[in-house]
Design a binder for this molecule. Structure first.
Ligand code: IFG
Length: 535
């Protein structure tokens, strides 16, 4: 059931009529249309929700959170995972509200005031990640078919309360399911090293907006950031450089496991990337045997791309990728290993195709699915390989057509158009960090595209989802990271989750503005984009 979103200035009488005929969320019903419309009348808590939910039916009185509010994790026999979701939600709500919010098993019967988490295997219409959130004066009931759905319901509940302090959750029902399955953000920890704590903070932030995938670009010319037991110099030596000549660094296997577990608790899947056959200078500086002439290059701290290539004709190369991908697969519960494949300008096309054939076979042998940048379409993508498109408006029709052909041949696409979704693109010429090779991406441009119709000849059914990469050639601090990522990541989150019918910049910009106090409360150093009416 869709909720009609009627324009703010709908006359009260008409809106009241509409209320009789269709569930509408119109604030004009309060009769405030008599007054000249304010620049932006304050949004109701339902209208502030980001990503915009599929359906909202405001109804009756709400539930006031208070000292007596209890979080109840499911009826008898509810799986342990429901309790864990309840504990995490309570923890996320205690901060802003300052309330005790104890977590108890069971629903405490109808008299049980508070927040109830309920798994309902029969709620087929909610799918794998959807939920229903129903609020009455006695409490808020979160219902979902899966714990992931309950987690997403909790993120909506967080936004129905103020960013600071406690309040009343408005009465009514939110019924919500995502448009796309893959809702991702990528972080490049190779150009500049970042501690795993920063990646975990990003997981907190992106999962709050129902994104469910963190792609980690672990290796590149400037650095190797993950320990590999069978090739120890990769992290020990190859991790000791970064753009600009800083100390670099790398993650131990335990640190990577910690990130994977932390992400899983928030229903975020980690997709690790080992870029190949290009972008490999750090690996070759660590092991000269990985070059064709056996001579290890110097470690690289510049920002050029396309100058390195694994030695496609050497068997040692395939022992290397088998060892590396094998150890990474063992650490990665998620379905994908990303093998890069971009900018292999120093690998002849035939060699590239032969190499990618073998690399894809290695991924399969270790029980994982292939993900790669869309250049793989020019070679022979393995059955089911997912292609990540990073083209832009100036990408040739031929290149777009090759990707569309691959999509129609059964290769799902993850869309990351560089001139909409690359978070390392400057907002404008004043932006200090960032690049501009794909043009400036001001906040509205991050939102002004429709993944379902974006690529010619690619039906929405071939689009697995969207992903917002943040490359770090020019980003070396948390504040620069957050300046570039926010608020544009929230726009990608809405494109990834909300129904196409909900996508409307004039409403979205108000929802972004309403997130300002929440980002402030979480100490996120976001860019106060001039196109957004921040409070
Ligand atoms: N393209 C390169 C990245 C990075 C990026 C910076 C891809 C797939 C430009 N490859 O994007 O390594 O340098 O915007």
């Amino acid at each position: 059931m869709r909720v009609l979103r009627v324009p703010r200035r709908t006359p009260g009488a008409l809106c009241a009529l509409l209320l009789l005929t269709a569930p509408v969320s119109c604030t004009a019903a309060r009769g405030d249309d008599a007054k000249p419309a304010a620049a932006s009348a304050p949004l109701s808590p339902f209208e502030r929700l980001l990503p915009a939910p599929a359906s909202v039916v405001p109804e009756g009185l709400g539930y006031a959170f208070g000292a007596g509010t209890v979080v109840r994790t499911g009826g008898p026999g509810a799986p342990e995972e429901v309790r864990r979701v309840g504990e995490l939600l309570a923890e996320q709500l205690r901060g802003p509200t300052g309330l005790p919010l104890p977590v108890v098993d069971g629903e405490g019967g109808e008299g049980g005031d508070g927040v109830r988490l309920r798994l309902d295997g029969g709620a087929g219409e909610l799918g794998e990640e959807g939920y229903r959130l129903r609020t009455t004066p006695t409490g808020v009931t979160l219902t979902a078919r899966t714990p992931a759905g309950l987690f997403h319901a909790g993120q909506t509940l967080r936004q129905l309360l103020p960013a600071r302090g406690t309040g009343t959750v408005p009465g009514g029902t939110v019924t919500d399911t995502p448009r796309f399955a893959y809702r991702g953000a990528m972080i490049d920890v190779a150009r500049h090293h970042f501690p795993v704590e920063q990646a975990k903070r990003y997981v907190d932030q992106l999962s709050q907006y129902k994104m469910n995938t963190l792609h980690v670009h672990l290796t590149d010319d400037q650095g190797w950031r993950i320990a590999v037991d069978s090739w120890p110099r990769l992290a020990e030596y190859g991790g000791g450089s970064e753009v600009g000549g800083g100390p670099g660094g790398s993650w131990s296997k335990d640190e990577y496991r910690d990130l994977v577990g932390y992400a899983a608790d928030r229903y975020v899947t980690v997709v690790p990337e080992i870029d190949m056959p290009g972008h490999v200078n750090a690996a070759q500086a660590s092991y000269g045997e990985l070059t064709c002439d056996g001579r290890a290059p110097e470690r690289y701290t510049g920002v050029k791309v396309g100058f390195s290539s694994l030695c496609v004709g050497k068997e040692r190369t395939y022992e290397f990728i088998d060892d590396v991908l094998g150890e990474l697969a063992a650490l990665t519960p998620g379905p994908y290993l990303h093998i890069g494949g971009d900018e292999a300008h120093s690998t002849p096309a035939a060699d590239y195709a032969a190499f990618m054939d073998r690399a894809q076979a290695v991924v399969a042998r270790h029980g994982k699915k292939v993900m790669a940048w869309h250049q793989l379409a020019s070679a022979r993508p393995a059955p089911g390989a997912v292609l990540q498109y990073w083209g832009h408006d100036r990408t040739s029709a031929a290149e777009k057509a090759a990707v569309a052909t691959a999509a129609r041949a059964g290769h799902p696409l993850v869309l990351s158009p560089a001139d909409h979704a690359y978070l390392d693109m400057k907002y404008d010429k004043q932006t200090k960090p960032g690049l501009a090779w794909a043009g400036y991406v001001p906040a509205p441009r991050a939102y002004s595209w429709n993944p379902g119709t974006y690529l010619p000849g690619v039906p929405e059914s071939a689009v697995l989802g969207v992903e917002a990469p943040l490359w770090t050639e020019t980003v070396s601090t948390r504040s620069d990271w957050e300046l570039m990522a926010f608020p544009r990541l929230l726009s990608l989150a809405e494109l990834a989750w909300s129904p196409a019918a909900a996508l409307d910049w004039t409403a979205h910009r108000l929802r972004l503005a309403a997130q300002g106090p929440r980002l402030d409360a979480q100490d996120i150093a976001y860019y106060r984009a001039p196109e957004v009416p921040w409070p």
